[in-house]
Design a protein around this ligand. Structure first.
Ligand code: SAM
Length: 251
């Protein structure tokens, strides 16, 4: 029986062969790569990828899709029936590469879950809502530069690779998508996520106000060299790291 797309699992299947080829070229898989695909669905990316690989691991939550995949599968594909949000990516050896046309409804929590496993990850290539990708790659001064941009850019080099039109999917999503490439920095700008998250959250709590205003209960101008008369959106990721260090000294 044909599979009916489930909205709750964010199922928009890729049907455009040209886009699929473009994604595979972006990933540029090499035989021995340890690739893990999140949400293989019916295998639109899995099968083209496996042509270039010795093996692939896939993580899928929908049992019906898993049965479909198992029928088409071969021993080069290991299927993990699991929720990617709680999946332990540390079970793999180091140097994994993660890919996927992600279920949009869980993209933010999933990115944060993966952030906690970053030490094992070389890079990630994901299809996401374009507006989410725009936020992740945004530069200071941009309207969409915010918490996600600072946190992701502290740990990854980020790049929007290309935009994917709605027509490339079945069913078609309401919004535009884009391919995001994240390469884990060999020297992350910070070691710990928590204090950076804290300061960034406070700094962006009221975007229209100055940092002096937002941070008044945790840090004042005499405690940092960062000019607090600016708004948070004007600070570079490096500035935020300085701010975080000064904040940590006080708290
Ligand atoms: N890769 C396929 C394609 O490009 O056609 C399917 C992509 S579809 C946007 C997202 C896939 O992620 C679906 O197969 C869906 O069942 C799966 N999925 C949704 N939530 C998930 C979760 N929490 N963990 C693992 N897979 C999930």
């Amino acid at each position: 029986m044909a599979h009916k797309a489930r909205k709750r699992f964010g199922q928009n299947f890729l049907v455009d062969q040209q886009v699929i080829n473009q994604i595979v070229s972006t990933i540029a898989p090499k035989r021995m790569d340890s690739i893990i695909e999140i949400g293989p669905g019916k295998g639109a990316l899995t099968f083209p990828l496996i042509d270039h690989l010795d093996h692939i691991h896939v993580i899928e939550i929908d049992r019906d899709l898993i049965s479909l995949l198992q029928k088409k599968s071969n021993k080069k594909i290991t299927i993990h029936e699991s929720d990617a949000l709680v999946f332990n990516f540390d079970q793999f050896t180091k140097n994994i590469r993660i890919v996927g046309n992600l279920p949009y409804n869980i993209s933010s929590p999933l990115l944060f879950h993966l952030l906690n496993h970053r030490n094992n990850i070389i890079d990630m290539t994901f299809m996401l809502q374009k507006e989410v990708v725009d936020r992740i790659v945004a530069a200071p001064g941009s309207k969409v530069y915010g918490r996600t941009s600072v946190i992701m850019q502290a740990f990854f080099d980020t790049e929007l690779m290309f935009v994917v039109p709605k027509e490339s999917f079945d069913p078609q999503p309401k919004i535009e998508s884009a391919i995001l490439y994240l390469k884990t920095k060999s020297e992350p700008l910070v070691q710990n996520l928590r204090p950076l998250e804290e300061i960034v959250k406070i700094a962006f709590s009221q975007r229209r106000k100055t940092l002096k205003n937002c941070l008044k209960s945790v840090l004042n101008q005499s405690q940092t060299d960062i000019d607090l008369s600016h708004r948070a959106e004007m600070l570079s990721v490096e500035n935020f790291v300085t701010l975080m260090n000064d904040y940590e000294k006080q708290n």
